[in-house]
Design a protein around this ligand. Structure first.
Ligand SMILES: [Zn+2]
Length: 310
């Protein structure tokens, strides 16, 4: 696959994006460039490395000091050859999401739901037999998704000032979303705004415990579109502050639970060889992927959240 270099603009995070507190440097990305589909995106060069990673001394949020401007992110997504997020991270089924929705909405006969980061509409497709308003929000439109939308489609970043119907939902889903936020405070206010009283926010995000202290080398933060990550306590207190009753569990990523066994074996092999430069080059040339971003089979590497609006 032919590769292209794309230069983008970064914005700086001089303070904690959640509470505006001061940060302490806990690591630094060492890669010079991020491989995204068929694109090579250089990281900004800062001192001996690239992007510093900080932990907020007040709330504990972990954040990168340089993140791509939203306009750059959109232009990269428009240029990338295939849907990178779909091929890397969309699961083969939506069992986990469905089970969580069933858990909070016992015997669902009717469901008003909005899937934040609805992508190609995989989850909405699964819900198509349940009556109700099924809506989606994402930064780009996927034509496949439109078929399953019976409510509204909002094209926006969740942490921006977007307008919407104003008719609230029973459930808001935010799977693999909280790590993409630029302004987490604004996102939580929007989650609350979108929900009916007693409504549920359900989602998953990476568990930084599994960086094992090596934040600069952790695959999850090496993704250029992951800007922050949430220690469990930080997520609990933020959710509580924005009006939610919190239930968080440590789980494996939904995509991995749903994976067929051949894929699990491929990940196992990948995990054994992922630090070998030759193997990394091989995978990059033949599959157009940075293999180190694909696999970390820790059994509890994600946090699953079920938050109820008070
Ligand atoms: Zn903070």
């Amino acid at each position: 696959m032919k590769r292209y270099q794309v230069d983008i603009t970064y914005r700086t995070n001089d303070q904690c994006p959640l509470c505006e507190g001061k940060g302490r440097e806990i690591g630094r990305l060492t890669d010079d460039v991020y491989h995204f589909g068929n694109l090579d995106i250089p990281y900004p060069k800062i001192g001996n490395g690239t992007i510093p990673i900080k932990a907020c001394t007040a709330c504990g949020l972990i954040y990168k000091c340089y993140v791509p401007e939203q306009s750059s992110l959109l232009s990269v997504l428009a240029k990338v050859k295939d849907n990178v997020w779909k091929s890397n991270f969309r699961p083969d089924s939506h069992d986990v999401e469905l089970r969580l929705i069933e858990k909070v909405r016992n015997k669902i006969a009717h469901l008003d739901i909005i899937d934040i980061g609805c992508s190609d509409g995989g989850l909405l497709h699964e819900l198509r037999k349940i009556p109700g308003r099924h809506s989606g929000l994402d930064i780009g439109i996927h034509t496949e998704c439109k078929e399953y939308i019976t409510g509204e489609f909002i094209q926006a970043f969740i942490d921006s000032d977007f307008s919407w119907s104003g008719v609230p939902y029973d459930v808001v889903t935010a799977f693999d979303l909280l790590e993409h936020l630029y302004e987490p405070t604004k996102a939580f206010l929007k989650f609350a705004e979108l929900l009916k009283p007693d409504g549920f926010l359900i989602g998953q995000t990476g568990n930084p415990y599994f960086a094992r202290g090596d934040y600069g080398g952790w695959w999850y933060l090496r993704l250029f579109e992951h800007h922050i990550c949430w220690p469990e306590e930080t997520l609990i207190s933020a959710a509580d502050r924005y009006g939610f009753t919190v239930n968080i569990t440590r789980t494996r990523h939904k995509g991995r639970i749903a994976m067929p066994s051949w894929k699990k074996s491929a990940l196992w092999i990948t995990d054994r060889f992922r630090n070998m430069t030759l193997f990394q080059k091989f995978v990059l040339i033949f599959f157009g992927r940075d293999i180190r971003t694909l696999a970390d089979p820790s059994p509890q590497d994600h946090l699953t959240l079920v938050l109820r609006k008070r």
